[in-house]
Design a protein around this ligand. Structure first.
Ligand SMILES: [Zn+2]
Ligand SMILES: [Zn+2]
Ligand SMILES: [Zn+2]
Length: 235
């Protein structure tokens, strides 16, 4: 939402009014988290964040962070796909060399993505938005919500089948375990589909969820409201 002169005054008033209440609310959410009542903590943070600020710098950083997460997941999946194709590559040494180069390239892309992710996290101010993201992403199976599984199934991902790929780590050979729903380079989806989706850039993947969080809708039927619930609040 743009901050014009007309809407700046009410937002400034809300910020002033909520400023005094912010610290006790943050402390309460942190206490709920420590007590294991994480959903209550997240609901409180959601209310606090939505009421306080218009779209701004930290929301933009959060949007970038979610997109970096998507990019890293894409390259982790592509790494697995290329590895599986490397095994199938003909015995011609040139083909194997070319395939090995591709594997290294995707592993590097994951590494660079991780660096960017850490830089964004370091820039994000400590507060309900950052804490909510970190808490959600630390929950085992956070990505297996009904809404996220339905989105995956609708796009023909593994959630439409009984293979269970989305519940498992996406790339066993990388140092970190990556979890997430199918993108075009999922090995299982590629086998089921019968062809590789030609992509010049990762963000052209038609199976990606559209991350655009400028408009934080309250209407529960809105797509963006569900995106925020899934990727930030974990609700
Ligand atoms: Zn599968
Ligand atoms: Zn899935
Ligand atoms: Zn899949």
């Amino acid at each position: 939402m743009e901050v014009t002169l007309l809407n700046f005054v009410p937002y400034a008033a809300i910020n002033l009014a909520t400023g005094a209440a912010e610290r006790p609310l943050m402390a309460l959410a942190n206490l709920l988290e420590r007590k294991g009542r994480w959903r209550q903590a997240q609901r409180l943070r959601r209310k606090q964040t939505y009421f306080k600020t218009p779209y701004g710098y930290h929301w933009k950083l959060m949007e970038n962070l979610l997109k970096v997460d998507q990019r890293v997941l894409f390259y982790a999946m592509t790494h697995v796909l290329e590895q599986s194709q490397r095994k199938l590559a003909s015995s011609v040494s040139d083909d194997k060399e070319k395939q090995k180069h591709k594997v290294d390239e995707y592993e590097e892309a994951v590494w660079y993505g991780e660096q960017e992710r850490q830089s964004i996290l370091a820039s994000l101010m400590d507060g309900p938005l950052k804490r909510a993201y970190l808490l959600t992403h630390s929950q085992p199976g956070w990505h297996l919500s009904e809404w996220q599984r339905a989105q995956c199934a609708a796009k023909g991902g593994c959630c439409a089948r009984a293979c269970g790929c989305c519940a498992r780590a996406r790339c066993a050979v990388l140092a970190k375990s990556y979890y997430g729903h199918c993108l075009s380079t999922c090995v299982c989806c590629t086998k089921t589909r019968g062809f590789k989706v030609p992509l010049d850039e990762w963000f052209e993947d038609p199976m990606l969820i559209d991350i655009d969080i400028k408009d934080r809708r309250w209407n529960k039927r809105q797509y963006r409201y569900q995106v925020l619930n899934a990727y930030i609040w974990g609700l």
